[in-house]
Design a protein around this ligand. Structure first.
Ligand code: NDP
Length: 332
């Protein structure tokens, strides 16, 4: 069983050398009698900003396999609800085969006719994140002004498209002109800007939103959040989904414009998608018809082979990924 392990704790931005690919001699494709676990063959793994452990007290280091969401095929089952050949989505590992001791956490794949890789993105955890964060946390209304940061990524590209489906005006930010083009041409954002080229983020937001922002889908934090707070409209909502610009900092940046939360009567709410997976089938029912009709599209950045996972992960923090970053381990 080949696997990727985390060799050391994160200090500063993650580097490829923090990971190691380890090959163990044999794979045990059998379960003890009476076990209710399943063994899966991993097909696709989702590369997400949270995969790496920053915890200094993680005693499982240095040889713990990295865990994360993935798409897999059941190869041995001791569980009544799963049989050999079932395709599933759930928390697996950066390895060829994983033992899932609690299969109740797995979700069976209902639409194998759609690209299986979609279950790491649009039909997986990032899709659920966009759905819960936008529809439940932001409570959007037709005609509202929506801003999305890290807008071309796994979550952001869907938030923008959900906003368009709702009849909102939506603007996204990203770190390259290529991504800005994709936002406008492929995902239908009304406008987009390359934040790396802007001298003044407040001015960029004022240019894009002369009337202000009703909804901010927060993926990056730091200076962007500060600038957004200056541009929120009365009773605006901020879904605090993530703050990737802060994850690798020893000391988080200060945000200066928090008083606007009071004076503009804003609501800022954080959430964990993992608390909402009971709504997965409802989400799937909503999004699958839009995928099938072509109304919603999805861009993926696919790397080949387990060995490419560390580079793919490190790339997330440099904005190298164009769309959802994932790794193919096996196609069947
Ligand atoms: P993405 O696919 O968007 O990849 C990360 C992107 O973040 C990069 O491509 C880059 O895009 C941007 N980025 C990286 N470093 C910085 C930086 N220093 N400053 C500004 N932007 C940066 O990732 P996801 O869509 O998977 O995740 C988006 C956010 O959602 C993350 O913050 C993540 O942690 C969070 N998240 C939260 C969940 C929850 O349950 N609350 C669940 C899943 C994700 P760019 O070109 O725009 O710079």
């Amino acid at each position: 069983n080949k696997k990727v392990v985390q060799k050391c704790y994160l200090s500063g931005p993650a580097k490829e050398s923090d990971f190691e690919v380890v090959v163990s001699d044999t794979v045990q494709l059998a379960l003890p009698t009476g076990s209710t676990a399943v063994i899966v063959k991993n097909l696709y793994i989702s590369i997400d900003p949270w995969n790496f452990s920053m915890k200094k007290d993680d005693s499982t280091l240095p040889l713990s396999v990295i865990t994360g969401y993935g798409v897999a095929k059941v190869v041995v089952s001791g569980h009544k609800d799963f049989e050999e050949g079932d395709l599933v989505l759930g928390i697996t590992g950066w390895e060829e085969y994983s033992l899932i001791s609690d299969p109740n956490s797995l979700i069976k794949i209902n639409y194998p006719d759609l690209p299986l890789s979609y279950y790491t993105g649009i039909l997986g955890m990032p899709g659920m994140t966009a759905y819960i964060g936008f529809y439940e946390i932001c409570a959007p209304k037709k005609g509202e002004f929506v801003f999305v940061s890290a807008a071309s990524g796994a979550v952001g590209q869907l938030v923008g498209q959900f906003a368009k489906l709702t009849g909102c005006y939506v603007v996204g930010s990203a770190s390259s002109d290529e991504k800005v083009n994709i936002l406008k041409e492929k995902f239908g954002f009304d406008d987009a800007f390359n934040y790396k080229k802007e001298q003044d983020l407040n001015a960029a937001l004022k240019r894009c939103f002369p009337e202000g922002i009703d909804i901010y889908f927060e993926n990056v934090g730091g200076a962007m959040l500060d600038a957004v707070l200056l541009n929120m409209r009365l009773s605006g909502r901020i879904a605090a989904c993530g703050m990737i610009s802060q994850y690798n900092l020893e000391k988080h940046e200060g945000v200066h414009n928090l008083l606007n939360i009071v004076t503009r009567k804003l609501r800022m709410e954080g959430f964990f998608v993992s608390d909402h997976f009971s709504k997965y089938r409802k989400f799937e029912e909503m999004v699958v018809p839009h995928i099938k009709s072509g109304e919603i599209t999805y861009v993926e950045d696919i790397a080949e082979g387990l060995e490419s996972a560390p580079t793919a992960f490190v790339g997330l923090f440099k904005g190298k990924n164009v769309g959802k970053q994932l790794v193919v381990i096996a196609r069947e």
